[in-house]
Design a protein around this ligand. Structure first.
Ligand SMILES: C[C@](O)(CO)[C@H](O)COP(=O)(O)OP(=O)(O)OC[C@H]1O[C@@H](n2ccc(N)nc2=O)[C@H](O)[C@@H]1O
Ligand SMILES: Nc1ncnc2c1ncn2[C@@H]1O[C@H](COP(=O)(O)OP(=O)(O)OP(=O)(O)O)[C@@H](O)[C@H]1O
Length: 279
């Protein structure tokens, strides 16, 4: 079975409360983008007891890979056969794009289908929440407002199909945990879903904010500089995604040539991707 776990960007990210469990309540919009990893799941030939995970590049050992965790979480609820997993990483990690979380969520979806478990999305999302805060979104994988730790969803009737999204990851990685530790939670000034639904991206700049920027930018000025460069290249709206380090810019399709000019000026060790949106 071949699957293509996609990335996400966060449109707005409010951090509203520090919870007793050490996590934070957030208010954000998850938006799927077409930057994909490649994930293959193959049933083990024999009744092998060992799950195998191989692939091109993950900076952690197979047993710590989130796809391994996904198999174990599912198996703890519904005993399933072992499989061989091949993961080809394309989505940069430490980027705020949910790459590892998406791989894990797609592993749950693939195993559910492969072994005809008949688990519904709500059940898979509950299992995904045991893997990480960003995982449940990828079970639904459509534009969603998320609150709680990022696992309480409300579908959002917005489309950005008439835009192109440029995503750039500078050559730095941001620790999600440290980024949260650097933020003072606060109540949002405006309603994020209302602003996103009622205003076009060109009017989002001072209204729709990623609160991580105020704690991450001072530590990583290259991310702040990149955001300004993407605005200078004509983006309607630009922000860091998640806890960083990637920055995305939403461009009218008629501004694509200015975006291309920017791409030629970026440092060679920056990773960029132009995403045509499905929603
Ligand atoms: C920043 C976002 O990417 C926005 O979508 C997510 O909130 C983070 O999701 P994630 O990377 O899957 O996070 P996890 O791997 O579950 O958690 C990593 C660490 O981030 C912190 N964390 C994460 C999510 C959350 N709502 N509050 C937190 O305080 C916790 O210290 C946690 O130990
Ligand atoms: N399948 C995977 N893909 C990428 N990283 C993985 C994977 N499994 C485990 N990891 C580990 O998790 C770390 C975080 O990965 P990644 O940043 O992709 O997670 P994420 O929470 O899904 O995304 P982000 O926090 O960037 O939004 C990586 O640095 C790596 O050590």
């Amino acid at each position: 079975m071949l699957l293509f776990p996609n990335a996400k960007i966060n449109i707005g990210l409010e951090i509203t409360k520090k919870r007793n469990d050490g996590y934070h309540d957030i208010d954000t919009i998850f938006y799927p983008v077409d930057w994909h990893d490649i994930l293959e799941i193959v049933p083990s030939e024999s009744n092998a007891t060992k799950l195998t995970v191989t692939g091109n590049r993950v900076d952690c050992p197979p047993e710590k890979n989130l796809v391994t965790k996904a198999w174990h979480v599912l198996n703890s609820h519904v005993p399933i056969p072992t499989v061989n997993i091949y993961l080809h990483k394309i989505i940069p990690d430490g980027a705020g794009l949910g790459g590892g979380s998406s791989d894990a969520a797609f592993t749950l979806r693939g195993l559910n289908e492969m072994f005809q478990l008949g688990l519904d999305q709500a059940t898979l999302a509950a299992y995904a929440a045991e893997i990480g805060a960003d995982c449940p979104f990828f079970i639904y994988n459509k534009p969603m407002r998320a609150t709680g730790i990022g696992n309480i969803f409300t579908p959002l009737p917005i489309t950005l199909k008439q835009y192109t999204v440029l995503i750039v990851k500078p050559d730095v990685s941001v620790s999600t945990k440290q980024a949260y530790q650097g933020v003072t939670p606060s109540a949002p000034i405006t309603s994020l879903p209302e602003a996103v639904i009622s205003l076009p991206p060109i009017q989002w700049q001072n209204t729709i904010v990623n609160k991580f920027e105020e704690s991450v930018f001072p530590q990583f000025p290259e991310i702040k500089k990149l955001k300004q460069e993407i605005y200078n290249a004509g983006a309607c709206y630009c922000a860091m995604s998640g806890s960083g380090a990637s920055v995305y810019g939403i461009f009218h399709k008629d501004n694509a040539d200015r975006m291309s000019a920017l791409l030629t000026q970026l440092p060679k060790n920056y990773i960029s991707h132009v995403s045509v949106l499905q929603w």
